[in-house]
Structure formats: structure tokens, C-alpha cells
Design a protein around this ligand. Structure first.
Ligand code: NAP
Length: 285
């Protein structure tokens, strides 16, 4: 039987509708949610992402302001600019677009963003709340993955899940969020791949999440019958965007699967907006 497609665009649309209402309520009380984006240089991928962020913000009534800098900006200057935004009452959330030039230390600059304005949820404070099971501004992609899984209506208690990829912003927080739902989770990474045991893990997964960035790394035949498959990967192959999972083959074995594009991506952006609303509320608390 062919899997049900988890439509990220529809889920994102529903989240945006809820946000729209919240924005209207906040504005009635005189609070305008606003997102400040910082871009250094002109990376084309980042420019596409910025355009989509701006459109999404406009749709729900969040103000979006882009601050662009030349690649010659120093760490100190950038840090001072972030501090200025931290102190600006008109700014609800700050997003530092990647990639940054080599001369800038992304981790240190991200840590400069005040946790209450860290709408990407990547600061130590916000990641810490994930560990405690009480995310406030949660990491966007991990929170989006949880929304996509929730949309299936499947009871997660006791299920066996496999997270492929252990990045700080996707793999690790997703594993923690699932753990909090009493899912038994294995986290795979490059060493699992090198040891050759990745297929064994994937074959056990009732819930499979893949965030690696290697086209078709996960073979369709590895997918457990009836699995929920969340494909986070974004890869360009012959001019087309594809995920990390062999979609057509996996679809024949899974019960639910996310497409790429149109799965995780739109929901991640919707969570960014949701976090901006939460950040606005934190500011006026
Ligand atoms: P990342 O930081 O590069 O992490 C990739 C992970 O994959 C690492 O943990 C790496 O392990 C692991 N890995 C590499 N080769 C492997 C293999 N052969 N077998 C098993 N694990 C392997 O990337 P990321 O930021 O998490 O992003 C992953 C992908 O998701 C990218 O394609 C990115 O574009 C996409 N993404 C999409 C969204 C969205 O909203 N749709 C958001 C974020 C990211 P080691 O570190 O040990 O090498």
C-alpha cells in the first residue's frame, strides 16, 4: 500500500492561521511582532530563504526587517550590532542568516542574541529548555518534525524511532523531544554509516527521521513496513531538490512520508513565525 503523504504546506497553513489571529490580538494591544534578519554577504541560498521568510511574515502581519552587511564586517562590529537589536524594544526576534564569512564565528555571534529574542531556538538557554522538556523558543526544525509526526495522529508511546544525523540544531534536539514522548530512540551518525550498520537501524524504525544532506542515502528497501518517514534533507540533484530518502521506493513501504520539497521546510518556517509571536509575548510579560 502506498504511504499517505504528510503535506507540510497544509500543516504550515494551519499554523499560520493560528498565528494570524495572535498577531491581530497583539496589535490590538499595541504590540507589533517584528523579526530582524541579519545577512552578511549575498549567499544565493540564504537570499532565497530570506525572501520566503519575508513572504511568510507578511502573510501573517509580522514586520520583517533585513539588515545587510558587507563581508568585511568584523566580529566586534557584528556583535555590537546584535547587542543593539537585543536592546531595541521594537524588535521581537533576531535571526542570523547562515552562512557567515570565515572571519566571523557563528556560534559566538548566535550566543550574543538574547535568549528571549532567539527565535531560531539555537542558544544554549533555549536548547537547555529542550533537555528539561519545556521548550519555550524551541529549535525550529526539530519542533517542525514533531508537528509533522503529530499530524499523523499515531500514538508515540513506546514506539521505536531512529534519528539519522546528530547535528546540534536538528538531530540532537529532535532525539530529545521524541524521548520526552516516551519513544525509544537510536541516533545514527557518520560512524554508524562507516561501520555499515545504518541499514540495520533504519529497518527497525517505526518512526524514521533523516537529517544528513546526502541525496538518497536511505534506500527504500530499508524502510520498515508501516513506518512514519520524515525526510529533512535538502539536496540539489540535476537541478531538482530531493531529500535523503529514496522517496518513490520508500513510499511503497511507509504508512506516512514527507515529500521534499513541501514537507519539513514550510513547517520549519511556520515555527519561526510561531517563535516570533512567543518572543513578542516574552517581551511584554
Ligand atoms: P549537518 O550539521 O551537516 O549534519 C549532518 C549529519 O549527518 C551529521 O550528524 C553527520 O554526522 C551525519 N552523517 C553524514 N554522513 C552520514 C552517513 N553516511 N550516515 C549517517 N550519518 C551521516 O546538517 P543539518 O544542519 O542537520 O542538516 C541536514 C540536512 O537537512 C541538510 O540537507 C539540510 O539542508 C537539511 N535541513 C533542512 C531544513 C528544513 O527546514 N527543511 C532545516 C535544517 C536542515 P557527523 O557530524 O558525525 O559527520
Amino acid at each position: 500500500m502506498s504511504a499517505q503523504i504528510i503535506d507540510g504546506k497544509t500543516i504550515a497553513g494551519k499554523i499560520r492561521e493560528e498565528i494570524k489571529e495572535e498577531v491581530e490580538n497583539l496589535k490590538k494591544k499595541g504590540h507589533v511582532p517584528s523579526l530582524a534578519a541579519i545577512q552578511v554577504g549575498e549567499d544565493p541560498g540564504s537570499t532565497v530563504y530570506i525572501r520566503s521568510q519575508r513572504r511568510s511574515c507578511e502573510k501573517v502581519g509580522i514586520e520583517y526587517k533585513l539588515h545587510q552587511f558587507d563581508t568585511t564586517i568584523s566580529q566586534k562590529e557584528m556583535s555590537e550590532f546584535i547587542q543593539k537589536l537585543n536592546g531595541d524594544k521594537g524588535v521581537s526576534g533576531i535571526i542570523l542568516q547562515m552562512p557567515l564569512p570565515q572571519a566571523l564565528d557563528a556560534r559566538t555571534l548566535q550566543a550574543t542574541i538574547h535568549p528571549d529574542k532567539d527565535v531560531e531556538g539555537v542558544s544554549a538557554a533555549n536548547m537547555g529548555m529542550v533537555v528539561f522538556g519545556r521548550p519555550i523558543l524551541g529549535p525550529c526544525t526539530a519542533m517542525a518534525i514533531m508537528e509533522l509526526i503529530k499530524s499523523t495522529g499515531v500514538d508515540l508511546y513506546g514506539k521505536e524511532a531512529v534519528m539519522v544525523g546528530h547535528s546540534d540544531i536538528v538531530g540532537k534536539p529532535t532525539a530529545l523531544l521524541l524521548l520526552d514522548k516516551f519513544v525509544t530512540i537510536s541516533v545514527c551518525h557518520i560512524a554508524t554509516g562507516e561501520r555499515g550498520t545504518l541499514p540495520e537501524y533504519v529497518k527497525r524504525a517505526e518512526i524514521l527521521i533523516v537529517a544528513v544532506g546526502k541525496a538518497h542515502l536511505i534506500k527504500g528497501e530499508w524502510i520498515r513496513e508501516g513506518a512514519i518517514v520524515i525526510d529533512v534533507g535538502i539536496n540539489r540533484v540535476e537541478g531538482k531538490i530531493v531529500g535523503d530518502v529514496e522517496f518513490e521506493e520508500a513510499k511503497e513501504r511507509a504508512s506516512y512520508i514527507t515529500p521534499v520539497p513541501g514537507g519539513v521546510g514550510p513547517v520549519t518556517t511556520a515555527i519561526l513565525l510561531k517563535n516570533t509571536i512567543e518572543a513578542t509575548k516574552l517581551r511584554i510579560r
